[in-house]
Design a protein around this ligand. Sequence first.
Ligand code: GLN
Length: 512
Amino acid sequence: MRHDSILILDFGSQYSHLIARRIRELGVYCELHACTRSREAIQEMQPKGIILSGGPYSVYQNDAPHAGEDVWKSGLPVLGVCYGLQEMALHFGGRVDAGERREYGHAELNIKESAGLFDNLPDSIQVWMSHGDKVQELPKGFRDIASTSNSEHAAVGIPEHNLFGIQFHPEVSHTPQGKTILKNFVAGVCRCKADWSMGSFINESIDRIRKEVGDGIVIGAISGGVDSSVAAVLLHRAIGDRFHGFLVDNGVLRLNEAAQVMERLKKKLGINLTLLDAGQAFLGRLQNVSDPEKKRKIIGHTFIEIFEEEARKIGGAEFLLQGTLYPDVIESISFKGPSATIKTHHNVGGLLEDMKLKLIEPLRELFKDEVRQLGLELGLDEESVYRHPFPGPGLAIRILGDVTEERLGILRQADAVYIEEIKKAGLYRDIGQAFAVLLPVKSVGVMGDCRTYEQVIALRAVQTTDYMTADWFPMPDAVLRTAANRIINEVRGVNRVVYDISSKPPSTIEWE
Ligand code: GLN
């Protein structure tokens, strides 16, 4: 089934993806495409309206990107946001110049004409601005439909032709009624039905995978994290055992982790998943390595070797599954290029080239919380869906200093106790990431009247929305007390536990 849809053309704004997200929250299907793809995207999607995003360029620069004739010839409703407004003004013969001063932050928008974009809104609303250029002269036929004290052309258009441009950003949360404005455009002006949901996403993406793969074979490395698990479930639903997943046990996973992932994905959900027990290879190469960057490199390279070797054994594989999410796609879209260049996971770049594998990325339109919702709808258990992120180099970068079997054993147990106590207290989902770290120092203690000289465990927990910045989590005393007690009593070799109270930045979430 084809949904009513909105095409968003990306001119490189850091908020373009938020436009997509808001529209999807309205239940309307939309896609974000590089502005250079307007012709193809209009043909493929047959959208009911087009939104031009903001962007860092100035429309009057020589190398500034433009929307392309197809947008204007399509006769579709168009909403230009910031750069998009300036692009629209330029195209229809208006004048855009550098403003006298940059305008960044809140502004009060006075609405003159509400029919169309500003239906169901008061006469004056808060909006958020971020621009340096200004529409100086309106194109013929255009009129001001709202203004601020600083810009008389804060919103312009020819409402009867469904053309609108706004200087402010409706997609950011600093424009509290922005969603109403987007809804007015999408549902009111473009008349899109709100018929998009996660359920329809599942069916459509299964169809799409089947079409794309035909009777081919897909391989993929599964970590057990939410993205790769959800992607694997989708592939399994679409093509059954023609999807071959591999879980590489690199010897630095957490307590019982590989077994749990196999149980959840293979046993319960029937995914064709092979466990590659490669711990010895990894640990052998990690011997006497204490430099964190070296650890990361060794683990990365060994992973590629092992995955490649197994992947080649599957005869005739043509496709490689990647759990790429929307933010990864956005980050790597080059809007100046003739087509979007997509970042390939560095881990498997070689495979793609040598084996000429094509990428399958069923989650590339979704945000993290949408992937979680999808996972739940696909029948994945909550543990997998809400699992904290876990780094590729695993416990190797949570053991400061040399990684040995003995030290791994200590950290595994301490970490398991800590996470168990957090879950018992019902705090796991309030925390962005929690884990234990084994320090490379010993300290003095006393146990049963004897002096001990043993290792130190640091506990870390952070709260964060995007993992770019993070605050230390104010863990309740009782949880810290029980966790510390249990670790010192139950984990041989530890006589001291400390709690990490540093934020990111200047610290990082992981210790190495
Ligand atoms: N670069 C343009 C300006 O400074 C557009 C900015 C934007 O789209 N946020 O006005």
